[in-house]
Design a protein. Structure first.
Lengths: 223, 79
């Protein structure tokens, strides 16, 4: 059984492809000098804080866009996240990376707006689901490098559409864990849920995305 | 290990979180199960594709509004 839904054109494309980066290292976005910028910003150096904003604004916008699925909410959430991080910078103790702290604030801002807009579709507090629905359908051979069959813009649309169609609970965990590359523990902490809940939702999100991409990547599928 | 157990441990396997005995057991199953091998490889590929994604540039108007708001806050409340 395969899906035959129409592709839709997305106006905003927060996901883009680039050269591969190391997989499974949490929060690799933070460059080595991040703590120096944070220290300078805490000491009153406004330019240092602005450098942090310049460094992370694209990623934070992608995060808020991926969680809310709405450009206006995404922009508001991003702006409030940076303003809050500036206002509360003195309370940042440095026990995690600044970027991880910022992602937590931004994720909360985005989730708040998502819950407000769609109160009945989102509940991170739900118990971990059973395993009956886990077995994948649509098991077909893929091309070895299926992403190369698509132009970059088209690939962005495919990825964004696939993520956007995930249930918010799964989407949020997937975005923090696999797109922003937070560790499982960091993701659990950011969302205020347990590590088993993160793992359960991540597994489901990954399986659902594999299934959504199957129709584009299966061998012999013409572009 | 059966197919259901492989799927249950799929994320842990991809993330390298399985202990050696479990990993070997899972890989023994993959050695003779074509379906599970495809699912494992394709799920890994799916994660890699998203993991390798980079954000696009912030739209200019969004960038401008963010920095204007930031400058206003910095004037109101210097750190």
């Amino acid at each position: 059984m395969t899906g035959t839904g129409q592709k839709r054109t997305l106006v905003n494309t927060p996901i883009a492809l680039s050269t591969p980066n190391p997989h499974r290292l949490p929060s690799t976005v933070a460059r080595a000098d991040e703590h120096l910028l944070v220290a300078a910003a805490k000491a009153g150096d406004a330019a240092a804080f602005e450098e942090l904003v310049n460094r992370y604004e694209r990623k934070i916008f992608r995060l808020t866009m991926n969680i809310t699925g709405n450009r206006e909410d995404a922009e508001d959430a991003m702006q409030d996240a940076f303003l809050k991080s500036y206002t509360h910078l003195q309370s940042f103790q440095g026990d995690s990376r600044f970027y991880t702290w910022l992602v937590r604030i931004a994720a909360n801002e985005a989730l708040m707006r998502l819950r407000k807009r769609r109160p009945n579709q989102f509940s991170l507090d739900e118990p971990v689901e059973g395993e009956d629905d886990l077995m994948p359908r649509e098991i077909e051979d893929w091309d070895p490098t299926p992403e190369q069959r698509y132009a970059q813009t088209e690939m962005h649309e495919i990825l964004n559409e696939a993520v956007a169609k995930l249930e918010p609970d799964f989407r949020t965990v997937f975005v923090l864990r696999d797109v922003e590359q937070l560790s499982t523990e960091e993701t659990a902490q950011a969302l205020g849920i347990s590590v088993p809940a993160v793992k359960s939702r991540l597994l489901r999100a990954r399986l659902k995305l594999r299934q959504k991409l199957n129709r584009y990547f299966r061998r012999g599928e013409s572009n | 290990m059966n197919c259901k157990s492989v799927i249950r441990e799929l994320s842990n396997y991809i993330d390298g979180d399985l202990d050696l005995a479990m990993k070997q057991e899972l890989e023994r199953h993959l050695g003779h199960c074509e379906d599970c091998t495809m699912i494992v490889d394709q799920t890994k590929k799916t994660v890699e594709i998203f993991c390798d994604s980079e954000p696009v540039d912030l739209p200019t108007d969004v960038h401008s509004r963010l920095h204007e708001a930031l400058h206003r806050r910095m004037k109101e409340k210097p750190n």
